[in-house]
Write a protein that binds this ligand. Structure first.
Ligand code: NDP
Ligand SMILES: CCCCCC(=O)/C=C/[C@H]1[C@H](O)CC(=O)[C@@H]1CCCCCCC(=O)O
Length: 320
């Protein structure tokens, strides 16, 4: 037997998430495997904002919380994945997983070489692909353009800002602490970074993008913040709606000023997306991301603003 600890959704989310929403359970997994089966032990697993949404994101009361994890094979009757292999799968918040259908349960992942494995859940995983495809395919940034990123110090936003710099854009980020803003400017090369808890977005954008000169807005937060950013968009601006984190804890749908006239007048293109839309071409994003990470590793000769920081590792918890 292998003992698996798993975090189960005990109570549906309503308002702020508390410890009462979760329950730690134990489960015995038989290690008497059939041919083709294996058991993998979690190394890293993710806690992502979308999980808060609950059942629409696949989290059902009574089941283990879902999500991706990186795991090491500890028992195997599968020649393709011998003991010691590292796999990425959507196994959720559990320490051990019995894989009965490896082809279905194990996700393809890029060759990581000696890079930190946690990157498979960060820059080289779902958040990285969200930044790459959600920004480049929807905003189609051009050199010299002005890009605004909300949730800029998060897993997705911090990568979007760096990609925008690589494309030769002026980048303005918004984050929730002065420390995060310093990191965005000093380490990641953002041109401007504002603490949205201290500085009003209108005041910030009048300074950093005067006369409504924002070409692209990558939105992670939604709500009134986003309605205000729309007032600063240039004619034919592009807006990528990635997340709406300011509303995930709301118990009713938000109401507020309707921005449609402004969208019409500035002829904006606004598009929401779920990154899985591009799953079939993730290899393109992984290749680009890997190249940028290698350039970062190339050392100090590469200008700072041309690097993708790979030190940022998505928040993970270890149940073991
Ligand atoms: N469309 C898609 O396919 C995908 C969408 N997403 C979305 O992208 C967004 C970012 O995800 P990710 O980078 O992984 O998240 P992270 O957990 O890394 O960062 C989220 C950050 O959002 C900020 N935040 C929280 N509440 C608010 C608020 N009320 N107003 C403004 N900022 C807030 C916090 O930073 P701070 O201190 O700055 O407030 C927090 O650290 C989320 O909305 C997520 O749902 C993610 C992946 C795929
Ligand atoms: C429904 C809220 C989505 C919030 C945005 C977000 O964070 C999306 C994250 C996706 C991530 O790429 C991997 C996923 O599985 C997340 C999507 C989960 C919900 C999709 C629901 C779409 C539907 O109802 O058809």
């Amino acid at each position: 037997m292998v003992l698996c600890k798993k975090w189960v959704l005990a109570k549906a989310f309503h308002g702020k998430v508390t410890a009462e929403n979760f329950r730690l359970e134990e489960e015995d997994i038989s290690d008497k495997l059939k041919d083709g089966e294996l058991i993998a032990e979690a190394v890293y697993l993710t806690v992502d904002p979308y999980m808060r949404v609950g059942s629409e994101a696949g989290n059902v009361v009574g089941n283990a919380m879902g999500g991706e994890q990186i795991a090491k094979v500890i028992v195997s009757k599968n020649k393709q994945y011998p003991v010691g292999s590292i796999v990425r799968m959507r196994a959720g918040w559990r320490t051990h997983t019995l894989v009965t259908d490896a082809e279905k349960q194990i996700q393809r992942s890029a060759e990581m070489g000696d890079l930190p494995l946690s990157l498979m859940l960060g820059a080289m995983g779902m958040p990285g692909m969200t930044a790459y495809f959600g920004f480049l395919k929807i905003c189609e940034p051009k050199e010299g353009e002005t890009v605004v990123v909300s949730g800029a110090a998060g897993a997705v936003g911090s990568l979007v800002g760096q990609i925008a710099k690589l494309k030769g854009c002026k980048v303005i980020g918004f984050a929730g602490t002065d420390e995060k803003c310093d990191w965005l400017k000093k380490d990641l090369g953002f041109d401007f970074a504002y603490n949205y808890k201290k500085v009003d977005v209108d005041t910030a954008l009048k300074e950093a993008a005067p006369n409504a000169s924002v070409d692209c807005y990558f939105d992670n937060v939604g709500g009134m913040f986003t309605v205000k950013v729309l007032n600063h968009m240039k004619l034919f601006g592009r807006v990528s709606i990635c997340g709406s984190i300011s509303n995930y804890n709301d118990t009713s749908l938000p109401t507020g000023p309707l921005p449609f006239f402004n969208i019409l007048k500035s002829q904006l293109k606004i598009e929401g997306f779920i990154v899985l839309r591009w799953y079939a071409i993730w290899e393109e994003g992984e290749k680009a991301m890997l190249q940028w990470i290698k350039e970062l590793r190339a050392g100090p000769d590469v200008p700072k603003w041309k690097k993708i920081t790979y030190c940022y590792e998505i928040v993970f918890i270890c149940l073991a």
